[in-house]
Design a protein around this ligand. Structure first.
Ligand SMILES: Cc1ncc(COP(=O)(O)O)c(C=O)c1O
Length: 381
């Protein structure tokens, strides 16, 4: 038996990878499970995206290795998207790097900037991948609190009191998953000043900017952010392309070149057809966003009713494709979701998997049809 590398002992299998096995077993045994656990878009991508991908099969270039930096027209489409949506002007040749999803960017950025023993500021609650990647690299997670009382914004004054001498990267994620909180401009301004003062690279992970969000923001529009910030974005949720894997990292040329150094040694380019589809997606007009959000809006209203029926409380002033709800005080999140799964065959995510500050909360995904949501509601009532 060959021993695995030590780094593998620092992480566990992803919660959903384990839990969905259990959920799927229940399904296979005939239980009518309604899965509100994960944020995997069930809606279709724009039709012109599917057409562009389909047509690409006939192109002689489709089977070849693709550029490590993506097609020039894809980078141009990404730069135009940032200009039109966020008023952020980027050079498509040097400040935009297409990725296969933003998740892989978390690893690439960490490999590019972290040495063993470096520290990384990670939101609690937050996306678990920031922590696992940090550990796999041999760096150390330092969790910073996000609390409901302060609308899940970081307490910069408290951070400033820490010993920051070993901190190299800070992960920021607004609109925030799992809570749906959005950053204020003040938060971004304070973050940029904090990063500059302490020589920290801030990465804003921004895949939820266009789901139920009236004011999409990029940290790169904050004055002086380019010196110390990168942004990740993704087509997974905005254009329902999660399985096709298209994301991007944006920022200063030197930082992008360092990430490319890692990435170009790890993959050999993104499938041509997906790039062609992504270009079409990024050119979508306002109508796309309006129709996407009208579906999510209807679903969210039903989930609010569901949360209420479960005696949970929630804010209605949130963004993104989840409803984050507080449990009645005496219930632990994992016990609560297990009971719901067993008794009502409805699966939702326990908040504690996003960090200790998520204990006492649960997360409902909007990626389910209104029929499923009505059925879940009927079961719970
Ligand atoms: C906060 C956050 N960042 C990144 C990702 C990864 O998205 P992508 O599909 O772009 O890799 C997710 C996906 O669930 C997420 O919730």
């Amino acid at each position: 038996m060959i021993e695995v590398a030590n780094r593998l002992h620092t992480v566990e299998e992803y919660y959903f990878s384990k839990k969905l096995r259990e959920v799927n077993l229940l399904k296979a045994s005939g239980k009518p499970i309604i899965n509100l656990g994960i944020g995997s878009p069930d809606l279709q991508p724009p039709q012109k995206v599917i057409s562009a991908i389909t047509e690409s099969f006939a192109d002689a270039r489709a089977n070849q290795y693709q550029s490590y930096q993506g097609l020039p027209e894809l980078r141009e489409a990404m730069a135009s998207f940032y200009r039109d949506q966020f008023d952020v002007y980027l050079s498509p040749t040097t400040e935009v790097l297409p990725l296969m999803g933003s998740k892989e960017g978390i690893m690439h950025i960490s490999m590019a900037f972290l040495n063993e023993g470096d520290e990384v500021l990670i939101p609690n609650p937050g996306y678990p991948t920031y922590t696992s990647v940090t550990k796999l690299i041999g760096a150390e997670p330092v969790f910073y609190d996000l609390k409901e009382e302060t609308n899940w914004q970081p307490d910069i004054e408290a951070l400033e009191k820490l010993d920051l001498s070993r901190v190299k990267i800070m992960w920021v994620n607004y609109p925030h998953m799992p809570t749906g909180a959005n950053a204020t401009e003040v938060t971004f301004t304070k973050l940029v000043a904090f990063a500059k003062r302490n020589n920290i690279l801030i990465v804003n992970d921004n895949p939820y900017s266009f789901v139920l969000n009236d004011s999409p923001k990029s940290i790169l529009s904050t004055p002086e952010a380019r010196d110390c910030c990168l942004e990740l974005n993704s087509l997974s949720k905005t254009f329902n392309m999660a399985g096709w894997r298209v994301g991007m990292v944006l920022g200063k040329t030197d930082y992008i070149n360092s990430i490319l150094k890692v990435k170009s040694n790890m993959d050999s380019g993104m499938f041509y057809g997906i790039q062609k589809g992504a270009i079409e997606a990024l050119k979508c007009s306002k109508i796309w966003y309006v129709s996407l959000n009208s579906v999510y809006e209807r679903r969210r209203k039903l989930i609010w009713q569901l949360a209420k029926a479960l005696n949970c409380t929630y804010s209605t002033n949130t963004t993104g494709m989840f409803v984050w709800a507080k449990l009645p005080i005496y219930v632990k999140a994992e016990e609560f979701i297990d009971l719901l799964l067993k008794e009502n065959h409805v699966f939702i995510a326990p908040g504690n998997i996003f960090g200790s500050n998520g204990e006492g909360y649960v997360r409902f995904s909007l990626c389910a049809t209104t029929e499923d949501l009505e059925e879940a509601l009927a079961r719970i009532k």
